[in-house]
Write a protein that binds this ligand. Structure first.
Ligand code: BT5
Length: 250
């Protein structure tokens, strides 16, 4: 199904620097090259297939050709607002999916987008620094549209948009997503962006475990701090900050 036709892409990307790759190793790598060459905020790299698509910590991102929306979006926030970049990506994806008619879209901290407790989208933010100066952030976004997960280890944890919408047009989704990425990227550093992201977090108030770098933090996920850190109250009553990691219930 060619729902990313050249006509649709040139309309969706009108006025913006972009590249469309039928096949590429990772859209984030190409976007990082362009970031370093001075490409403007709002630049997009879109791919139909990634041969080395990755998640955080070098994990494999599974996306067969023609079945997902995979892109990297360039933002140039201030150094203080660097943590807002990942928030904006997850938030924009939630709103774009809702605009397609889906309810109950939430965020699993830090930036997985979920429907019915399953992952429909992952976000990979990667920053480029020169000393203390932030050059920019690449927001890698992969949305599952019609991936066949049957028989795969992801069958119980992942979900496709096709499961909840009859017919998903990826170009329509792309347009909705770019609108929100453009709008929210102007709000990086604002409390409005943070609050909108925070309201969508789906594990606040629940007992969780957060695993990071081999260590596990257990307790009640009480809230998030303005910088995006998860605040976890342990059984000793002490609130600790998780700045990265993988969260699970219980
Ligand atoms: C992420 O990492 O969720 C970030 C994924 C970002 C992918 C985009 S695609 C465009 C851009 N270019 C890239 O090279 N990457 C970005 P993380 O939270 O580490 O989750 C990775 C884990 O999610 C894997 O170890 C699997 O368990 C699971 N997983 C892999 N593919 C999945 C999929 N399609 N749907 C749901 N879960 C998946």
């Amino acid at each position: 199904m060619n729902d990313l036709s050249p006509e649709c892409l040139s309309a969706a990307f009108a006025g913006r620097q972009y590249e469309f790759h039928p096949q590429i190793a990772s859209t984030n790598d190409r976007a990082m090259t362009l970031l370093n060459e001075g490409a403007p905020a709002g630049t997009v790299i879109l791919a139909e297939e990634q041969t080395r698509g990755r998640g955080r910590l070098g994990r494999i991102w599974h996306s067969p050709p023609g079945s997902a929306l995979m892109l990297s979006y360039l933002v140039r926030p201030s150094a203080e607002a660097v943590g807002d970049a990942g928030m904006l990506a997850a938030l924009a994806v939630c709103e774009a999916i809702e605009a397609m008619g889906v309810n109950g879209v939430g965020i699993k901290w830090p930036n997985d987008v979920q429907i019915a407790g399953r992952k429909v989208c992952g976000v990979l933010p990667e920053s480029a620094w020169q000393g203390d100066s932030l050059m920019g952030v690449i927001l890698g976004i992969g949305v599952n549209v019609r991936i066949d997960f049957s028989g795969s280890p992801l069958a119980d944890t992942a979900i496709n948009l096709k499961t909840v919408i009859d017919d998903v047009d990826r170009c329509h989704l792309l347009v909705e997503l770019l609108n929100r990425l453009d709008a929210w990227s102007l709000k990086m550093g604002s409390d409005g962006l943070f609050e909108a992201w925070r309201k969508r977090l789906n594990m606040i108030g629940k007992t969780v475990s957060v695993e990071h770098a081999g260590a596990v933090m257990r307790g009640v996920a009480e809230d998030v701090a303005r910088d995006g850190a998860l605040l976890v109250r342990g059984s000793d009553g002490i609130v600790r900050r998780a700045v990265a990691g993988d969260i699970a219930l219980g």
